[in-house]
Ligand binder design. Sequence first.
Ligand code: AMP
Ligand code: ZN
Length: 114
Amino acid sequence: MAEDCLFCKISRGDFKTEFLYQSPTLVAFRDIHPKAPTHVLFVPTAHYATLNDVPSADDTIMTEITQAIQKIAKAEGVDQSGYRVITNINRHGGQEVFHLHVHLLGGRQLGSMG
Ligand code: AMP
Ligand code: ZN
């Protein structure tokens, strides 16, 4: 837990956020400013500032994120139409919240990257 980290607080339930997925190590909830009809964030309960900071000792979190994405994409009905998975890292990545999170965006045609 990092003091004053928004996603630490959300993932431990401080704001009574509705979780689409919840385990002791990972939660998923809707982005507050959705960029697509489905915009869900996958947030480890452990505080890793960015993807760069996932320790090699934690060899399960990225697999759990993948499995949770598969479940939520299906539940949201975007698994076949298609969707995008993004994690923004540091300045050039456009990261705003420095607690690792993976975006799932779907439900509309997404534009080209960049
Ligand atoms: P980024 O760090 O650039 O990958 O983006 C952070 C994302 O967190 C943005 O899409 C925000 O809309 C989203 N966000 C910020 N605060 C909240 C919140 N309280 N609940 C849900 N999503 C949030
Ligand atoms: Zn945190």
